[in-house]
Design a protein around this ligand. Sequence first.
Ligand SMILES: [Fe+2]
Ligand SMILES: [Fe+2]
Length: 265
Amino acid sequence: MRILAVGDIVAPDGREFIYNNLGRIKRKFNIDYCIANGENTAITNGITVDIANTLLQCGVDVITLGNHTFSNKEYEQVLNDIPRVIRPLNLPEETEGMGYFVDDLGFLRIAVINAMGRINMDPIDCPFRGTEKVLKKIDGEADIILIDFHCETTSEKLAYGNYFDGKVTAIFGTHTHVQTADEHILPGGTGYISDLGMTGVRDSILGVKKEVIMNMMYTRKKYRFDKAEGEVWFNGAVFEIDDKTKKVTNIERLYFSEAQLAGKG
Ligand SMILES: [Fe+2]
Ligand SMILES: [Fe+2]
């Protein structure tokens, strides 16, 4: 079983890349199942019903979110009506939708969990205790458990990764929009990468026009976050899982442009 996890898909350019190329990527890397972070897919950030449905039609199996869960006004409809879109489990209890999704493929049951960190992030309930609760709830219901941990610092990601090492199949970080080169299998057998990166315009800062962020940092004033334009790069990772042991045997980090995917670059 080969599972593809895609880092934060940013803005119309990023989602168009996925719409146009995900099929080819899945064939090229023999992908059986795909999870993508969709928290920045709408121009406002967040996600819309139409974008969520289009991503699912294009071959994404589960969409995870993060601190931009509520950034688009359609969030209620998305979370209430599309169970394959999940939001961080440690948001306030009454939040619409779910923090996990269990997908029964018949021959295999895959649980996807979304949690969010607390260091340099908005205040939120404890991701460790929240995840423990969900793991207890789905105990015996899933053969493979995959977690998108949406979080700023690599230290918190590593603490979370090591805390749940051996209890879940794989943990991949999202949110920083910058890919880390630390993919490895933890001692207890859990596949791990601190951050998958971003599928969006590379010549940017977080997918936003560079000038906007530079001006903001230089002047400390607020500016409108106009999205960058330019060449989109795909960021993600493939987790190879042994059919018998259900353990990760290999992690392949992906980082390429459309031209490279087509074999021209
Ligand atoms: Fe985020
Ligand atoms: Fe993001």
